[in-house]
Design a protein around this ligand. Structure first.
Ligand SMILES: [Zn+2]
Length: 255
């Protein structure tokens, strides 16, 4: 019943879009992983722009952004490069964030459509405030949009700064990018058993940045030692298989 109601609302929402703006039909935003092949393969999209919009006091850590860029460059074939564009913005949003808020605000602020000419655009939002579930450090809400909640990241810092807020931020940032690439099992079924049985879409290995505890507030309780900020061999095997076609991929907006 709820699902029917929700889909009715979505239809109404898209219909009202017909009259509100220049767009006749809003672009289908897809699901996380819906542009995985567009990133992993080079044809059509020669480069990837990661657009970062942050509010005052919420500028992402340079190390986290550089690590994000390296990890994506390692797995996506983008001869034109992976380019980060940062902008200071004011989202003018009060209170906690729902996934829908993130989608709506992203639509309003993004400078490039997800697929524009030969460029793929990802949109990373760094807003003030927390997710409606204050334990959540980051979310991937559709095929190209992520929000990182630095207020929650700050609170996730462990005792004596282990892990530090900077380490948590770095891991969460790469983790959400992993979801945009379809990890784990979001748009394919891995031939390797490494999805955590109790946390869908996440790795069971604490050596992977896709480990289920990475995006949660008490990450420090689940991992002793350094937090992973890399995809592990199983994640990389999945991405390589998707890229070369040996793993079947579904729910793609492209091709
Ligand atoms: Zn996750």
């Amino acid at each position: 019943m709820r699902a029917i109601l929700l889909s009715t609302l979505l239809v109404l929402a898209s219909l009202s879009g017909c009259f509100g703006g220049d767009e006749i039909f809003p672009e289908n935003p897809g699901i996380p992983g819906g542009l995985a092949l567009a990133c992993l393969r080079s044809s059509t999209f020669d480069s990837l722009v990661i657009e970062i919009d942050y509010e005052e006091g919420y500028e992402p850590d340079t190390n986290a952004v550089n690590t994000l860029k390296s990890r994506v460059t390692e797995v996506c074939e983008k001869p034109g490069g992976v380019i980060v564009e940062k902008t200071l913005v004011d989202f003018s949003h009060d209170g906690p964030w729902t996934s829908n808020d993130v989608r709506t605000i992203s639509d309003e602020f993004r400078q490039g459509d997800a697929m524009e000419g030969d460029t793929l655009h990802w949109h990373f939002l760094y807003p003030a405030g927390k997710n409606q579930d204050s334990n959540v450090l980051g979310v991937a809400v559709d095929a190209s949009t992520v929000a990182i909640f630095l207020d929650a990241v700050e609170d996730a810092e462990g005792f004596f700064g282990r892990p530090s807020a900077e380490e948590v931020e770095k891991s969460v940032t790469v983790h959400e990018a992993g979801h945009l690439l379809g990890l784990v099992n979001l748009v394919y079924i891995s031939p390797i058993e490494h999805e955590d049985s109790e946390h869908r879409g996440h790795s069971s290995s604490s050596g992977s940045v896709m480990y289920w505890a990475i995006e949660s507030q008490n990450v420090g309780n689940f991992i002793t030692g350094d937090l992973p900020d890399e995809f592990d061999d199983d994640d990389k095997a999945d991405l390589a298989g998707m890229a070369d076609g040996s793993i079947e991929v579904d729910s793609q907006l492209w091709p």
